[in-house]
Design a protein around this ligand. Structure first.
Ligand code: ADP
Ligand code: MG
Length: 378
């Protein structure tokens, strides 16, 4: 069941196109992440969902209804920003309760004659106290009600900001680089906690980050963006293992990207070796060949499909990062085995580790038109 449908969204700031041709469906309860480099339009798209910006073209549907004309406070959507935007002069309880105290609810009564009367009322203090207590439990800060904001660490302040955003039970929580201000250790911890909060709450999260590792760790679905456009939508595994184009392959994880050429009967040629490709591509067409460093295996020169000279070896703890020169190409390898600089070695690539991305010559790979992927077999 889709909670959000984004249809043909375009957003211009004067002549500048910040978001274009944006189509996406988000399922109820999903954890979706917009991932892309700084300036690619993530925040702009999020602000349109929240209602802080209006689209130039297109529609956003919430539970099947167009919400374009609804102001932000009428949408069942809250946002957590990178800068927590807490009120420094209010304590934790007052920060979280702030929105609840403003909230007007309709309460139904029966009078002496048995007539039904509907009255508009503020939430009672008991209800507010109970809701704040629950929100603090969810962010793992029980009993922090009376603390001053200034006495809290960055991580704790961000949790308070999250508590404030969930206290009135929105259907969707938008999070715009919420961990950006935290140090690495705290960020890793909060990633896992946010994921468990998402499970506890059962509401839909739309998360924005430029950090690919964060996106892969947390999301059910990743939306990779560049230059205002979606490059690929998929599970973290699909985005990593089956990149749609060179941009995605390069942005997510590390990749070797080689120039290749199709020739003969389903053959692709790169790094001085040739491989059989399962799909027919026009003879002579230029292709980009994407190979993950962990999918390259070192062997003796005689046994290698590709031959080269070891240029550098760096110890990384879990593995070695080894650069091998083969003709004009430098091939990056991640291996548990070390190698000797200057040695002539052979390399083999697992069939699953080779992606041939078909490009027509001179088409800019960033424009999202290059999407054909073909697995290669030997
Ligand atoms: P991201 O969040 O991915 O870093 P943004 O959505 O903030 O990117 O910005 C996308 C592009 O739109 C940037 O080039 C930015 O300068 C531009 N932009 C964003 N908001 C405005 C605005 N209010 N007026 C003009 N340009 C804007
Ligand atoms: Mg942003």
């Amino acid at each position: 069941e889709n909670i959000i449908e984004i249809k043909g969204i375009k957003k211009c700031f004067d002549a500048f196109v910040a978001v274009e041709d944006f189509n996406l469906e988000v399922k109820k309860g999903e954890f979706v992440t917009f991932l892309g480099p700084s300036g690619c339009g993530k925040t702009t798209m999020l602000r349109m969902i929240a209602g802080f910006e209006l689209p130039t073209e297109g529609h956003i549907l919430l539970n099947g209804k167009d919400i374009s004309s609804l102001p932000p406070n009428k949408r069942p959507i809250n946002t957590v920003f990178q800068r927590y935007a807490l009120f420094p002069h209010l304590n934790v309880f007052e920060n979280i309760a702030f929105g609840l105290k403003m909230k007007i609810v309709e309460v139904t009564y029966k009078n002496k004659n048995g007539d039904t009367i509907i009255r508009k009322e503020k939430l009672s203090r008991t209800v507010i106290r109970e809701k704040v207590k629950r929100a603090l439990e969810i962010v793992d800060l029980e009993g922090f009600e009376k603390r001053d904001i200034s006495t809290l660490s960055g991580g704790q302040q961000q949790r308070i900001a999250i508590a404030r955003a969930i206290v009135n039970e929105p259907e969707i929580l938008l999070l715009d680089e919420p961990l950006g201000a935290l140090d690495l250790k705290m960020r890793k911890e909060m990633q896992l906690e946010l994921k468990s909060m998402h499970e506890k709450l059962g509401i839909t999260f739309i998360y924005v980050t430029h950090d690919q590792e964060e996106a892969l760790t947390m999301s059910d679905k990743v939306v990779v963006m560049s230059d205002g456009m979606i490059q690929q939508v998929g599970t973290p595994e699909a985005i990593y293992n089956e990149p749609n184009n060179v941009f995605v392959a390069d942005f997510i994880g590390e990749s070797n990207i080689f120039d290749g050429k199709m020739y003969g009967n389903k053959m692709v040629h790169f790094c001085g070796a040739e491989f059989t490709c399962m799909d027919d591509l026009p003879v002579g067409s230029d292709v980009d060949v994407v190979v993950r460093p962990e999918d390259v295996e070192m062997t003796t020169m005689e046994k290698g499909q590709i031959k080269g000279t070891v240029r550098s070896v760096i110890f990384k703890g879990m593995h070695y990062e080894i650069a091998v020169q083969s003709g004009d190409n430098e091939i990056l390898i991640k291996s548990t085995k070390s190698a000797v600089i200057g040695e002539l070695i052979g390399l083999n690539i697992e069939p699953d580790g080779i992606h041939v991305i078909h490009s027509q010559t001179n088409i800019n790979v960033y424009d999202g038109t290059l999407t054909a992927i073909d697995k290669v077999s030997f």
